[in-house]
Design a protein around this ligand. Sequence first.
Ligand SMILES: Nc1ncnc2c1ncn2[C@@H]1O[C@H](COP(=O)(O)OP(=O)(O)O)[C@@H](O)[C@H]1O
Ligand SMILES: [Mg+2]
Length: 372
Amino acid sequence: MIVRSVRVGHFRNLVSQTIQLSSGINLFVGGNGQGKTNFLEAIYFQSTLRSFRSARLRDLIQHGSENAEVESGVDSEGVPIRLRVFIDGQVRRLWLGGKAVRSAGEYLGLLRAVAFTPDDLAMVKGAPSLRRRFLDRAAFLFQASHLDDVRDFQTALRARNRLLQDASGRSSDVELESFTETLAACGARVSTNRSRLLQRLESSVASILNRISEGRLEARIRFEPGWRMGEGTDLEGETRSLACQMESKLRRDRKRGSTSIGPQLDDFEVLLSGDSVRRLASQGQQRAVAVALMLSVVEEIVSSGGESPVILLDDVSSELELRRRERLFELVSEFGSQVLVTSTELDLLGALADDASARFQIESGRILPIGG
Ligand SMILES: Nc1ncnc2c1ncn2[C@@H]1O[C@H](COP(=O)(O)OP(=O)(O)O)[C@@H](O)[C@H]1O
Ligand SMILES: [Mg+2]
């Protein structure tokens, strides 16, 4: 998957312009606050219709503008397509090849990108929400409908929690039951997708980790669902089971005013030779595990015959020690994927800078090729 060109209009601090990208490694260098993350965010948004750092669409619109847009020329399995998103206040409109598209379902999945930021490096030790975010973004790459399930689940969860908080106790059981049903159906899908994803990634994570760390480590991943999941049960069975579990907690949930079990509490743990990475490993090892998780997603897509997603690496070089950074870049180069990498200093990128086929300078939102 290759993004040939990107046109941004009134997106964050970026000067409205069109950038031609190389199919190999693209470097973006610039000081803090110049717009490096914003540019990667524009491409990530083009891919997923979501930002990797803000829940609100209007944050993406340039201050003082009414709307923003991103348009990309993409080669997907060798077929050129044009994707365009226009953000008008709260609403977004989509076009494919110049034709307006009604549903996001037709659009999502055409441009696939993985983003990796310093926040993600903290994923192993950080709050469980970071790990769920990783799972959901990764699951989306294998199944575009996953993010819809997550969104529907969250909407139903908020609605159910509002009813539970209704102190007057007037919220009818019938109403509550209907939300529980929706919640159980979406929730069982969400947790099942997450669980299957981790099973898929486990062996890649282990082999990548052995390449970026010194010494041999036996890596395992343990999914820790926020409810009692069956093993190998069908989705219908899981749905019924989740609904039952929620109902059995109803009295307690009413008391606390929120839903106490479900995918909103899903988590996972990486074990190195049986020990929890979260609890025992050094910060360097934890970051290596985060890198391995991210790369395993790309490897799994590529090895199952899929087209490599575009890899967006935002400013991670400054947070990784030299040797791990070099191994990361080595692996990324091996995938043969299109890579967009940002850094405050060219020096931090080591060999990756030598392999780069395009370099850009970003200053005050203006992106300019360096050296022709
Ligand atoms: N909606 C917006 N409109 C205009 N400027 C914005 C908007 N959102 C963020 N910015 C500006 O973008 C800059 C940060 O850009 P960023 O891409 O995060 O920089 P960096 O190069 O450090 O990654 C800040 O100066 C911030 O004020
Ligand atoms: Mg940044």
